[in-house]
Design a protein around this ligand. Structure first.
Ligand code: NAD
Ligand code: ISE
Length: 336
């Protein structure tokens, strides 16, 4: 069986996912494309030799009879509208992070999905599909290092464009840690605080960079995440768990070590697309398989909501400088 997919948004990650769904993964075919910039769809279709219909309206794509599942890879503020439309059309939808730009927007999706009585949404949180994070979780669950007491994490990008704003460090960047750490610890956040180191001269005048987010979980684990989006040297994701009787670290991506010119070196990646390339493949293959098997099991609309609630608190903490409480309603049985 082959799943016919329609993709809304043919920018950076949209193109990556179209390539995967049409050239890398099993049992999928991209049959429809939409973007507010129609030329981009034409370019992608030509570059990948796709036989895909190009729609001028995302809603027409969602409702097209031959589109069985929708990938939403457009700009964040459009996600809520397109995911709600896919749910209404009774179609499975894979939505890139963030599920919606506010917690209320995510809750609207949760409510619509529950009202429809069936899970149709997978959020594009790929890190739980990364082999490194999976191995780290296995160590934690084995009990080898005891209970997790503290986590020291970093999310570093070499640079960002001028349109990147201080709150995007939370809603666009930290959101991955907000999801994966909650999954890793099997815990929820109860408070957030943001503190500001000296600003780098490489950040644009309106951007505060770096920043450190301090999180506390319901079980009392303390987490610090450094977000540094103009670090210059590479795309670097770090996660160290300090347990009662040992330390566990996220493995580095595989890279060849060289000895030359009187130096011992290992290259550091610079492109986020490469750092989690396998995880993106695995998450989307899981989505395709699960839609075909009629049972979604990946990061859910509830996970999207939980990350958004924490993100809202972090943005409030950025603005106030205070420790902001994070309160989640109980998880509905639908998402157990
Ligand atoms: P991008 O700007 O390169 O692409 C976004 C595309 O959406 C553009 O082509 C734009 O024309 C299109 N678009 C905007 N409004 C639209 C509308 N109303 N209808 C149809 N198309 C519309 O951005 P990107 O880097 O590809 O990011 C897209 C989404 O994917 C964002 O939500 C981003 O956070 C997420 N993302 C996730 C990851 C990840 O690691 N999971 C990585 C990068 C981006
Ligand atoms: C980007 O949108 C992503 O989602 C990447 O995974 C992330 O690392 C980067 O910081 C974001 O800008």
């Amino acid at each position: 069986m082959t799943l016919n997919i329609g993709v809304i948004g043919t920018g950076a990650i949209g193109r990556e996912h179209i390539r995967r769904c049409s050239q890398v993964l099993q049992n999928s075919r991209v049959v429809a494309l939409n973007d507010i910039d129609r030329r981009q769809c034409e370019e992608v279709a030509a570059a990948l030799q796709l036989q895909a219909e190009i729609y001028d309206s995302a809603h027409d794509l969602i409702n097209a009879p031959d589109v069985q599942a929708v990938l939403v890879t457009s700009w964040g503020p459009t996600h809520e509208e397109f995911v709600l439309a896919a749910i209404k059309a009774g179609k499975a939808v894979f939505c890139e992070k963030p599920l919606a730009v506010t917690a209320q927007g995510c809750m609207n999706i949760v409510e619509a999905e529950m009202a429809g009585g069936k899970k149709r949404v997978q959020v594009g949180f790929m890190r739980p599909y990364d082999s490194g994070y999976r191995a780290l979780k296995q160590v934690l669950e084995s009990g080898e290092i005891g209970a997790p007491l503290m986590l020291h994490c970093a999310h570093r990008n070499p640079e960002v464009g001028d349109s990147y704003t201080t709150d995007m460090a939370i809603t666009d960047t930290l959101i991955h840690e907000l999801d994966v750490l909650r999954w890793l610890l099997n815990d929820d956040y109860v408070s957030a605080q943001v503190i500001w180191p000296r600003k780098t001269r490489h950040a644009s005048s309106h951007l505060k960079d770096p920043q450190i987010v301090l999180l506390e979980t319901a079980q009392g684990t303390r987490i610090d995440v450094e977000i540094f989006v103009n670090c210059q040297y590479g795309y670097d994701i770090q996660c160290e768990v300090v347990g009662e009787s040992g330390i566990a670290r996220l493995p580095e991506p595989v890279a060849v070590q060289t000895r030359s010119n009187a130096a011992l070196s290992v290259a550091i990646l610079t492109d986020w697309k490469k750092r989690f390339i396998d995880a993106y493949d695995v998450e989307l293959q899981a989505f395709i398989n699960n839609v075909l098997a009629d049972e979604l099991t990946g990061p859910s609309a509830w996970d999207g909501y939980a990350a958004a609630v924490a993100a809202d608190a972090c943005v409030a903490a950025q603005k106030s400088g205070d420790i902001v409480q994070i309160t989640m309603p109980p998880r509905p049985a639908f998402y157990q």
